[in-house]
Design a protein around this ligand. Sequence first.
Ligand code: DMJ
Length: 646
Amino acid sequence: MQWRALVLGLLLLRLGLHGALWLVFGLGPSMGFYQRFPLGFGFQRLTGPADRPAAPLGPSWLQPPGPGAEAARRPAPRRPRPGVCGPAHWGYVLGGRGRGPDEYERRYSGAFPPQLRAQMRDLARGMFVFGYDNYMAHAFPQDELNPIDCRGRGPDRGDPSNLNINDVLGNYSLTLVDALDTLAIMGNSSEFQKAVKLVIDTVSFDKDSTVQVFEATIRVLGSLLSAHRIITDSKQPFGDMTIKDYDNELLHMAHDLAVRLLPAFENTRTGIPYPRVNLKTGVPPDSNNETCTAGAGSLLVEFGILSRLLGDSTFEWVARRAVKALWSLRSNGTGLLGNVVNIQTGHWVGKQSGLGAGLDSFYEYLLKSYILFGEKEDLDMFNAAYRSIQNYLRRGREACNEGEGDPPLYVNVDMFSGRLVNTWIDSLQAFFPGLQVLAGDVEDAICLHAFYYAIWKRYGALPERYNWQLQAPDVLFYPLRPELVESTYLLYQATKNPFYLHVGMDILQSLEKYTKVKCGYATLHHVIDKSKEDRMESFFLSETCKYLYLLFDEENPVHKSGTRFMFTTEGHIVSVDEHLRESPWKELFPNERGNEGGKSVHRPKSHDLKVINSSSNCNRVPDERRFSLPLKSVYMRQIDQMVGLI
Ligand code: DMJ
């Protein structure tokens, strides 16, 4: 009797809570979300069928993936068994849910009419234009726009410890520089040409600014290189983006900036760079010896491109040395890396291993460096890292789209023991499904993406940290980050499933509704009460708007021109071609790479690359067989489990 009363009491309490949330925050739809989103295992298991085997308390994400040694032996990544995607699977899939493929189709793959797609493309372009024009009118030549008070913002000279600002803002018209290739992708040649000339005429790196090496590299160096390649591309896929009398000025500027960043790689015993440099004076005397793995280990794409364009190995060499040094410090047992390391001692200061802040782009650049440069050692590192991620970070059921148990989730663990260290995930991690698409693990990407989309649907934004155990945000702000849109775009390219267009539309509409202000788009300070902060980060124009636009612009040259493109971690476009696979210094350093022991090293041609073919942003004509109904319906089941009705 007593336990029945307890169950009834809990039921009433839950209903009451939902009612209150619904009344206070208007979270009506999230009730559906909550019921479908299988986070409330405690409750489900209390009332589950009696014949279900006893489950451990709490979501299985809390449980370790298995004894370390055993997990390490397990082949990874897991794949659905052959046959699970066929219609025969439906008997199993539908058990207890009562939905057929048609129902999923109706719900998630509903047509997305061409007019609506064009409308959304124009909305995305309008979003970019509104932010860009306001930046130019009210903020340029400063770094960022304060979209609420319609003013510009530069480095915080009054408070050098304000790293949130000073790491990024170098007094070099950051937003304009970061936005260059988005102008080209949107086909706005007159504004692109104007903007490039402005950058050439007005931007200088001879500034007394102490910036983060990583931020300056991905936002500024990457953008300059991308725009330079667009200008000098003989095919001009985006229309006429040539600049009259262009004399490689952007490449020279990129070189100048990179030279100013080089002191970060000196006087470090491990080869891992200092996190910050002053653009005039080098590494500050009081510099911190601690850096995050992503910051130190995701420089190879930009530095490698620069080296290969200039024929000067220095930049690639220092960036590669940093990657290798970090890689050599991974745990022998788990193969995982931590998130903060001391660049002199090589000791891990932050032992947390995860996919989000501190590590995200490290993994991304192992694969993207391979895609661009074809160096096999990069692919080997990526594959090994991916295996460790699957073995130690991934919790939940074995296959994404079959079987019982919690859907997959990637958690934060101790790099040495593999033990869970907290119960949150961060919004940066939402890039990972996009990377999985590039690596060919589309099935798993679909699940993780759906998880993040479920959170977005709940708040109309992604909280910076979400606690999956409490099912509540841990850190409440949303600075207009692109990661979920980026994954949505890549998944759409891989599956061509209209579900991802619906997701994009939903994201666009909530950005319009909750973040648009007088002079641009503002950071959400609090994803629940929707209060705002007066800041529009440069990645909003360079990434968020770009990926939204490309999602809906089916005919864009990125998809149709015949050129293969890849995006840097800041969303800057680079064409993947043979030229970047040549390293002219190879003859000078025959034993360093590429010609070990006189034997020629495997160097795939760009058109041989499987990763490219399995990816989505490289202009591949979709293989229609992959999008046949049964396979699509299996996707739908995963999505349905996560997100509820669109
Ligand atoms: C961007 O600067 C880049 O995408 C980076 O890799 C991660 N952080 C921001 C966007 O959130």
